[in-house]
Design a protein. Structure first.
Lengths: 145, 109
């Protein structure tokens, strides 16, 4: 069991070392003399655990009568069952970030804008502004009355 | 082995790593990525008990691409335009709040 625990701990250290840059830059795609390389932001998380406990579990026979008690007493020593458990989980997120375009004229980087996030941020900004403007107007005109 | 420049140490490590060069015609493109990793490992040993656990995350953020050609070497930064625009919104929100607070104070006087 010690070996398994050590392997688990070593694999977690390895995950850090094996983080590959190639995951962020995709395979180049060439179309009509133009080469495009997709670029992404990548994030992944993980967790794992394993445990072992020596449990004294008696797998004996229940004795209802005296005769059974004598019989149970003469049985072979009971087995001891160990408890072992383990689990793990993880997740990956990839977000398109930019495109690198290579043509005969040169190389350029075209960033990718997440319009959904911008729309959400814009809505929050509008709501925030309206709230504070209304509060200020109530303070000003409320005071004047 | 990719070249690395380590910026921070400890359980949280940030480093800028050069990736494998990508050849496109006469040009060679070298990707640069900021790799942030966090990993923790623990083992517990007791009488009759042994357990181990670990957790962590890895974050890869492209930083730039270095173009090497006959004309020379050129570094092209890769910027997060979405994050820049959202930062602009946050700044606008703070400015709006300050302006309204200032206006309320001036009217009070």
């Amino acid at each position: 069991m010690e070996t398994e625990v050590q392997k688990l701990l070593d694999s977690i250290a390895d995950l850090r070392e094996k983080a590959s840059v190639n995951a962020a830059f995709g395979e180049p795609v060439t179309i009509e003399g133009r080469t495009v390389i997709p670029v992404a932001k990548v994030a992944y998380g993980f967790g794992m655990g394993v445990g072992h406990s020596r449990a004294d579990v008696e797998l004996g026979v229940e004795a209802d009568a005296e005769a059974d008690v004598e019989k149970a007493a003469s049985e072979e020593p009971v087995d001891k069952a160990d408890a072992v458990g383990g689990g793990g989980g993880g997740g990956v997120q990839t977000r398109p970030f930019a495109i690198v375009e290579v043509t005969s004229e040169g190389t350029r980087v075209e960033p990718i804008v997440d319009e959904q996030k911008l729309a959400l941020a814009g809505s929050l900004l509008i709501g925030w502004s309206v709230f504070w403007l209304a509060r200020t107007l109530v303070k000003i005109f409320g005071r004047q009355e | 082995m990719n070249k690395q420049r380590v910026e921070r140490q400890g359980p949280l490590v940030t480093k800028i790593v050069e990736g494998e060069p990508i050849r496109v015609g006469a040009r060679e493109l070298v990707p640069l990525v900021r790799v942030t990793t966090y990993a923790r490992r623990r083992a517990h040993v007791g009488s009759g008990r042994l357990s181990g656990q670990g957790w962590g995350f890895v974050h890869l953020r492209p930083v730039a691409i270095v173009e090497r050609s006959v004309a020379g070497k050129r570094r092209l930064p890769i910027r997060d335009k979405t994050a820049q625009m959202i930062s602009g919104f946050v700044l606008a929100a703070i400015i709006i709040l300050l302006l309204l607070a200032l206006a309320a104070r001036m009217v009070r006087k």
